[in-house]
Design a protein around this ligand. Structure first.
Ligand SMILES: *Cc1c(COP(=O)(O)O)cnc(C)c1O
Length: 230
């Protein structure tokens, strides 16, 4: 039996704990399919490229109450667009980018929801803070008063087994706890954006509050090269 996209969405949502927010990742997914997901109840959509998202958002303006999440690496020269198009940015991966977004948010009177992207294991294919780097940037991040820093985002390196993947997620959870003990007024870590099609159940067992699912909802993507360079 081949499930339709609407059926897959319904099944997956019904198996997620209520506390877990599902983001449907629609990179390389057509506008028509996004409409199908919307009709099936999805209101959180994730895209990894500002430009690809812009084209789709323009065609979806009739759909109310969508929250757009940027989940891919953001170059500072696209930061203005990102702030206009996305309510959440999960892929804030450097102090420089955080400061830029903070300054622009002041200028445009907006207050984006932010996750700080961390690399628990060294990974040349990903952006993000190492644990040590993040700890040393906390004070300055806490000064970014226009950002609503909500939590941490992570993507495990490829090729790990389940135990190793679980360990990455648990370490992310521990890091979030460690940071919250510092009681920084503007830097909250209650959200854990982690878990994709292959590993979201592991992520949930380690406390994920937001999962970002693409292929398991929409099927395999054609273009894999640029896929997870986030
Ligand atoms: C593509 C992507 C996802 C979704 O991955 P799937 O394996 O298709 O579920 C989640 N997060 C990020 C950052 C991505 O780039």
């Amino acid at each position: 039996m081949v499930e339709s996209i609407a059926e897959r969405i319904t099944n997956i949502r019904s198996n997620l704990p209520e506390s877990v927010r599902l983001i449907a990742v629609t990179k390389q997914v057509s506008v028509d399919t996004i409409r199908t997901a919307y009709a099936a109840g999805i209101r959180d959509f994730g895209e990894n490229r500002v430009q690809e998202a812009e084209a789709k958002q323009a065609q979806l303006q009739d759909l109310p109450n969508i929250t757009w999440h940027l989940i891919g690496h953001l170059q500072t020269n696209k930061a203005v667009k990102a702030l206009k198009q996305f309510q959440w940015i999960h892929s804030v991966d450097s102090l420089k980018l955080a400061k830029r977004l903070n300054a622009l948010s002041e200028e445009f009177s907006c207050s984006p929801n932010i996750c700080l992207q961390v690399k628990i294991l060294p990974d040349p294919n990903k952006y993000g803070w190492s644990m040590a780097e993040l700890m040393s940037d906390l004070a300055e991040l806490n000064q970014c008063q226009n950002l609503k820093i909500k939590g941490l985002m992570t993507i495990p390196p490829q090729g790990l087994d389940d135990l190793q993947t679980l360990s990455v997620f648990k370490k992310t959870q521990e890091l979030a706890r460690e940071i919250s003990k510092k009681n920084l007024s503007n830097l909250k870590t209650q959200e854990l954006s982690m878990g994709m099609s292959e590993d979201y159940n592991l992520a949930i067992s380690a406390g994920a509050t937001i999962v970002r699912l693409g292929r398991i909802l929409f099927g395999e993507r054609k273009n894999k090269e640029t896929d997870i360079l986030s």
